[in-house]
Design a binder for this molecule. Structure first.
Ligand SMILES: Nc1nc2c(ncn2[C@@H]2O[C@H](COP(=O)(O)OP(=O)(O)O)[C@@H](O)[C@H]2O)c(=O)[nH]1
Ligand SMILES: [Mg+2]
Length: 325
């Protein structure tokens, strides 16, 4: 059974165990773009030829899947179709989805949830440029882990942007959890230090640290993040234990450029792609994975506290490639 048939079976309405609704809804713009183009392509061709593959390549690139991912996948599809003598466009599209799956999976680890330490606070550092959804994602993550019975502390180490501290404070109030803040334009590292200290004293399970992530120069960013990490690491062994980069899906290939820049200056353990609900180019996940090899841990599918989902490759490909049934 090919992957599409498998996914249809897995997520069919009768199979209520595996909820896919949020993905289907959040990815509807991307699906309209991607899957309708695939369908119309396979209707226009009786049998595949070079033009077909060129158009297929174009569809992937237009979905922001990235040049290198696209070229590799198309080559894999071509090779398999030749080997198995497949010329039916519908079957080619099925092979395509198989190869997209493999293209993601073979790029490294697959991991979702924060990995908690056995003893003491786990520290999650959140980085990314202004406006991508860091603070909102922090609130969503806090909400998720509070619901799992964890004691969560927020740390507002974005002391640069006016209003950033207030925004996180409002979330902390709504979530009824503690927050550590500093004065405007104070040293982010000193706020981070206060945060980890408080976490140790209060038996916190998860410390989530918001940062400004200014990317004017890589050197500045490296120094700033380096300092934050150093002070935290002195207080809590191995901190930060997780560093998530937040990428806004609607920024397209620019998001890929940002992601590469961040990866150069700091060790990333995960990516969160936000605003998937607001883009028609959901292939961005594939491009970022391809370029960075870092697992996509969560995706943002809206502005509300519960609009954060674990990244699930099956649900994602189903949401992107399979018309609602
Ligand atoms: N539609 C949508 N909007 C989002 C999502 N995540 C964040 N936002 C919005 O993006 C804007 C910027 O978010 P913010 O958390 O302040 O970004 P920050 O500057 O990186 O901290 C806000 O209006 C958020 O509500 C998402 O997954 N979907
Ligand atoms: Mg913010």
């Amino acid at each position: 059974m090919g992957l599409i048939a498998f996914l249809k079976e897995k997520f069919s309405k009768k199979n209520k165990d595996t909820k896919v609704d949020k993905y289907q809804e959040g990815l509807s713009k991307s699906r309209k773009n991607f899957s309708s183009k695939l369908n119309s392509l396979s209707e226009r061709y009786k049998t595949v030829n070079q033009d077909y593959f060129d158009e297929l390549e174009q569809i992937l690139i237009e979905s922001d899947a990235g040049i290198s991912f696209t070229l590799n996948v198309i080559e894999d599809v071509l090779n398999q179709s030749k080997r198995d003598h497949i010329t039916d466009p519908k079957q080619i599209n099925e092979i395509l989805v198989d190869k997209m799956f493999v293209g993601y999976a073979e790029k490294g680890d697959i991991q979702n949830d924060v990995v908690f330490r056995e003893n003491g606070p786990t520290v999650l550092l959140v980085v990314g440029v202004n406006g991508v959804g860091k603070t909102t994602t922090i609130a969503k993550l806090a909400y998720r882990y509070i619901n799992q019975g964890k004691k969560v502390l927020l740390v507002a180490a974005d002391t640069f942007r006016a209003g950033a501290v207030e925004q996180l404070t409002t979330w902390a109030e709504r979530l009824k959890i503690d927050i550590v803040t500093g004065k405007p334009e104070s040293d982010p590292a000193s706020v981070a230090f206060d945060g980890v200290k408080k976490a140790k004293e209060n038996n916190i399970d998860l410390v989530i640290v918001d940062t400004a992530g200014r990317l004017q120069t890589k050197n500045n960013l490296m120094l700033e993040l380096g300092k934050i990490k150093r002070v935290m690491g002195k207080e809590i062994e191995g901190a930060p234990h997780e560093t998530f980069l937040i990428v806004d899906a609607t920024t397209g290939q620019n998001g890929v450029v940002q992601a590469k820049a961040f990866k150069e200056v700091t060790d990333l353990t995960g990516i969160v792609i936000t605003k998937m609900d607001g883009t028609s180019k959901g292939g961005i996940i594939l491009a970022i994975r391809d370029e960075l090899g870092v697992p996509v841990r969560f995706i943002g599918l809206g502005e509300k506290m519960d609009d954060l989902e674990e990244f699930d490759l099956d649900k994602y490909l189903y949401g992107l490639c399979v018309e609602n049934n």
